[in-house]
Design a protein around this ligand. Structure first.
Ligand SMILES: C[S@@+](CC[C@H](N)C(=O)[O-])C[C@H]1O[C@@H](n2cnc3c(N)ncnc32)[C@H](O)[C@@H]1O
Length: 294
């Protein structure tokens, strides 16, 4: 299947990571390989790329399967340390994390990421994981649902929606994305002046909760710093204000330590230029932050 995903801030990532022949890199969110395969071209056959993704389906995008310089591991990046120890005994010049989900997952995974498609309420990046969106919607308490919609989606009607879900699920369990869209429509009529459909925020919040995205980010950050060789760089693209804050605060605290281990290369986050946002609207909320290990 061809990819529907366009890599975000590709030129900027390549500029900061500056992959050169013979160097080794880690793309911890390989997706369709939009960034990883470009890095691979630049490091040539003498360099190595460790490509990680929680979603096993992306292995179709792993080109040159016989090529020993691209190692693909289907795992969660929160296990980065273990993955690297087992599979990548090399001097690591750069690590990329391009967070969230890919357009392929949104449009063609069949896992209920999009409110425009009627699919099972799943939302897992990895089908090996037990927790699904249906489990959260059908079993979490009122307080937990409100927290998820508020904290991860900044959704204004979090309380009303959580109450509606609990009322509806007593009669019939939620099974599909359209069951959830129906509940959202009952508490919040889409006003066409609103740029973003209300379901966008609710679906984003649920996806973040199902995949424990902020927790995994917090877990991987110190591991990534440890793994980098001196002079190596860590580049992170985030799409959510809270996610960006986690990255920003982590980098700031490390850079201000007594004997700082890193220096920040992006005083302000790098954002896409207008033409990129025009061509790829998904890039509109992207923020890139990069550090260098001292
Ligand atoms: C935004 S996409 C990356 C797209 C890729 N850079 C490209 O241009 O083709 C994010 C990818 O990271 C994966 N992912 C998200 N969280 C993950 C995690 N904790 N561990 C491993 N992979 C994860 C998703 O399955 C998805 O394929």
């Amino acid at each position: 299947m061809p990819t529907l995903h366009t890599p975000v801030l590709l030129n900027e990532v390549l500029e900061y990571l500056n992959p050169c022949p013979g160097q080794n890199f880690i793309d911890a969110t390989f997706g369709a390989g939009g960034h990883g395969l470009e890095i691979l071209k630049k490091i040539k056959l003498s360099g190595k790329l460790l490509a990680i993704d929680a979603n096993a389906d992306v292995s179709v995008f792993v080109k040159n399967k016989d090529n020993k310089n691209l190692i693909f591991i289907n795992d969660n990046f929160r296990n980065l340390d273990k993955i690297v120890k087992k599979n990548f005994p090399y001097h690591v010049k750069g690590i990329l994390l391009d967070l969230g989900l890919s357009s392929d997952e949104l449009e063609q995974s069949g896992r209920g990421f999009s409110f425009l498609k009627n699919e099972p309420l799943d939302m897992r990046f990895s089908v090996n994981q037990e927790l699904t969106a249906a489990e959260i919607i059908n079993h979490y308490s009122l307080g937990n649902l409100i927290d998820i919609f508020k904290k991860f989606g900044e959704y204004k009607h979090a309380g009303k929606l959580a109450e509606k879900i609990i009322e509806l699920r007593k009669k019939q369990k939620f099974q599909t994305t359209f069951d959830l869209v129906r509940a959202i429509n009952l508490v919040h009529h889409h006003n066409f002046k609103e740029k973003i459909h209300p379901a966008t925020k609710v679906f984003q919040a649920l996806r973040i909760a199902v995949n424990e995205e902020f927790k995994n980010l917090t877990i991987v950050l110190p591991q990534a710093i440890d793994i980098l060789a001196p002079g190596g760089r860590l580049a992170i693209i985030s799409f959510h204000a809270l996610e960006d804050r986690i990255v920003k605060n982590f980098f700031r605290d490390l850079s201000r330590a007594k004997n700082p281990e890193i220096k920040i290369l992006t005083k302000k986050p790098v954002v896409p230029i207008n033409s990129e946002v025009h061509e790829n609207p998904r890039s509109r909320s992207a923020k890139l932050r990069v550090i260098e290990k001292i």
